[in-house]
Design a protein around this ligand. Structure first.
Ligand code: TRP
Ligand code: SF4
Length: 339
């Protein structure tokens, strides 16, 4: 077995997020909360993947938001409990060795493996491109992701279902590398989060910033309440006197997550007997969510107020990541006959 590059006997986790700015409640329940828990059982490396962000830039102005978005996102990570004493927290481009490894891996990755990935086809369509006009960087997206993971010899990658094809591809690339050049990298395994899927305020789609149906973690309680009050409820409950159907209402699903079992069963019976109106029900939910996020928000404010705090953490994380990366890359150079 290949030893983890960090010298410990714990498994090594790597995960990354593209820096899109403030995270929302769906990101928290789906991924971030899991990142925090995993810190107890693994050596964790968490990365703001700013080079990946460049794969979908359409206008040069968009690059101006990368740095502020990293800061906003990493503040959310830290506020949620990602602990820089336990885990390596860093920015992808601060360790340029990943781009070297990306190039080297591209020498052993058939083009067909890349163009077959469903997320590639989706992105090409979304960007109104064709496979002829699309940037080479987007084609190589999963190679860069593989380089992220294996540069640190990570064996476990917590991701959502949508990323599973990428991790499968990483495994294929690793198998090919190990076959050609000798056992070097562990085959990374995807670790799916068993979090409840959070629907957004539209009650229909997964919570997402693009659909503007989300609740930001960093919002004020007032902003949160205001947005929750715009949420869709049971569409057939057009008057207050009509009984509602909590089973088709996302507000009820959210109560079950954020208000506790007892309060949720009261919501259920008061709704179905028309004793509770939707506006009050939504205010109640907003209060529960605000309570749930109270500590996180306080920590966030605290970290945000310390000048240079996030940059310092990212600087230190970058140094630790770099030390591992340099070692792995030297091994790869040697095995591939370079250097
Ligand atoms: N592609 C991932 C996403 O869009 C982000 C990512 C980049 C990533 N590199 C990674 C995730 C390495 C896990 C491991 O969500
Ligand atoms: Fe939904 Fe609550 Fe209205 Fe019932 S009372 S329909 S659970 S918002």
């Amino acid at each position: 077995m290949t030893q983890p590059a960090n010298g410990s006997h714990k498994g090594v986790i790597f995960s990354g997020m593209r820096p899109t700015g403030l995270l929302h409640l769906g990101n928290y329940m789906g991924a971030l909360q899991n990142w925090v828990t995993l810190q107890d059982d693994y050596s964790c490396i968490y990365c703001a993947v700013d080079i990946h962000a460049l794969t979908t830039v359409e206008r040069p102005e968009e690059t101006a938001s990368i740095k502020p978005n990293i800061e906003d996102m990493v503040l959310d990570w830290l506020a949620a409990g990602v602990d820089p004493e336990k885990s390596i927290v860093f920015v992808q481009s601060h360790v340029p060795e990943v781009m070297t490894l990306h190039t080297l891996l591209s020498m052993i990755t058939p083009l067909g493996w890349l163009t077959r990935v469903p997320t590639f086809k989706d992105k090409v369509r979304q960007m109104h491109e064709t496979e002829e006009t699309v940037n080479y960087g987007l084609v190589g997206y999963p190679i860069l992701q593989t380089a992220d993971i294996i540069l640190y010899k990570a064996d476990t990658v917590p991701v959502g279902q949508d990323q599973v094809p990428h991790i499968e591809l990483s495994r294929e690339i690793v198998r090919r590398f190990n076959n050609m050049f000798g056992e070097t990298f562990p085959e990374p395994k995807a670790k799916l989060t068993e979090a409840p899927l959070l629907l957004g305020l539209d009650g229909q789609n997964k919570m997402s910033k693009t659909l503007d149906n989300h609740l930001d973690l960093a919002a004020t309680p007032e902003e949160t309440t205001k947005r929750v009050l715009t949420a869709f409820t049971d569409p057939e409950r057009v008057r207050r006197e009509l009984p509602g159907r909590p089973d088709v209402c996302n507000i009820y699903s959210l109560h079950k997550i954020f208000s506790g079992a007892e309060a949720s069963s009261a919501v259920y019976s008061e709704c179905t007997t028309a004793q509770r109106g939707c506006v009050d029900c939504k205010r109640h939910l907003a209060d529960s969510i605000n309570d749930y996020l109270k500590d996180l928000r306080e920590r966030r404010e605290e970290f945000k107020a310390r000048p240079g705090y996030v940059q310092e953490i990212l600087h230190e994380g970058g140094k630790k990541a770099k030390a591992i990366a340099v070692e792995t890359l030297a091994e790869v150079y040697d095995k591939m006959g370079l250097g």
